[in-house]
Design a binder for this molecule. Sequence first.
Ligand SMILES: CC(=O)N[C@@H]1[C@@H](O)[C@H](O)[C@@H](COP(=O)(O)O)O[C@@H]1O
Length: 387
Amino acid sequence: MTWYLVNGDVYMEHRFLKKTLKLEEGRIFVLPPDTRPEEGAHIYNAAGKKIVPGFIDVHTHGAVGVDVNAATAEDYEKICRFAAGNGTTSWLCSVLTDTKEQTCRCIDEFKKHQQMEQKGANLLGIHLEGPFLSSEYKGAMPEYLLQKANLPLLKEYQQRAEGAIRYITVSPEVEGIPDMIPEIRKLGITVAIGHSGADYETSWDAIRKGAQSCTHTFNAMKLLHQHFPAIMGAALESDIYCEAICDGRHLHPGTVRLLLKVKGLDRVVAITDSIMAAGLPDGKYKLGVNDVVVEDGDAKLAENGVRAGSTLTQNVALKNLLKFTGKSLEEILPLLTENPANLIKIADHKGFIADGMDADLVVLDPDFEVFDTFVGGRKVTSEDSNI
Ligand SMILES: CC(=O)N[C@@H]1[C@@H](O)[C@H](O)[C@@H](COP(=O)(O)O)O[C@@H]1O
């Protein structure tokens, strides 16, 4: 099916331009605004709307009643549909630290999902959050499942996943981790540091050895002290990407502004870190092996009140970021599009609107609400999203 998206303002090279977009065989072709659509093509009138690249979420544990750690292939599809309705066109499923058996099961269900007809957003790969994490800043990670560095185990997971593990969170202070980072990268996995009380020097060692991102920056990590800048200081000072959960709970708006000022607009990645309660009312839920209670949209561990992920979606993250920072849509969009694409090394085909890029697009109305979503050139919001 060929689409012509006409009359919209199209986000290209950090500004909005009047263009016609032709979507054919899953790809974008950028045409002059007065181009006459081919006969038989579908025409989408985007007058008064903005056409932006689809959002990419590199860190989410679930939504609409599905916990990634317990998900079946069919469950992944539910998240894909929900995500698309919120402007997310690509995502990584974040597998929380779990038993080997359970992690392998997650990998197998992921592979099964890849064999199914794709609906909604693209499930691009797996993010392992652990198990090589420090117990001191475990957050919602079950302590008894944390491990020291174990390259053979990760190799086994990556082999089983047929290369689908794209991203991993490790703590620099865990025995053997800094030296393992170059080996992890050889497996095609981007390394994030987090859930960590690492000192400044150890954190920089991990960065020099190839860590490229910081997991939910400020949350579940040692914060900056004037004498001991810690992982926080190294993350802010270096050029690595910094994930940020912009739900207004995990980070005060002032902290978000500070992060953007220090890191720049090209180094912050807006993630959701959402759990199965996203898209559902308050209540009792699971996060891996944990029981979680959600009150007023805020997720906490039932046993001790420790915050445990979010109920955020990326369209809400976008609106929060605009509100918290006072910056323009043009300035904020990279945090949800090209920055995550660059981080997980898919920017040659996703994260931007340009000739030949994947036709993953979001149509925003003047209030920045998601009006429609296209994935691989298909209009998924009406076709197969259950919103
Ligand atoms: C999925 C998940 O569990 N994510 C972490 C959680 O482990 C941690 O406890 C919390 C700290 O948040 P806080 O800094 O607001 O306490 O951040 C995130 O929610």
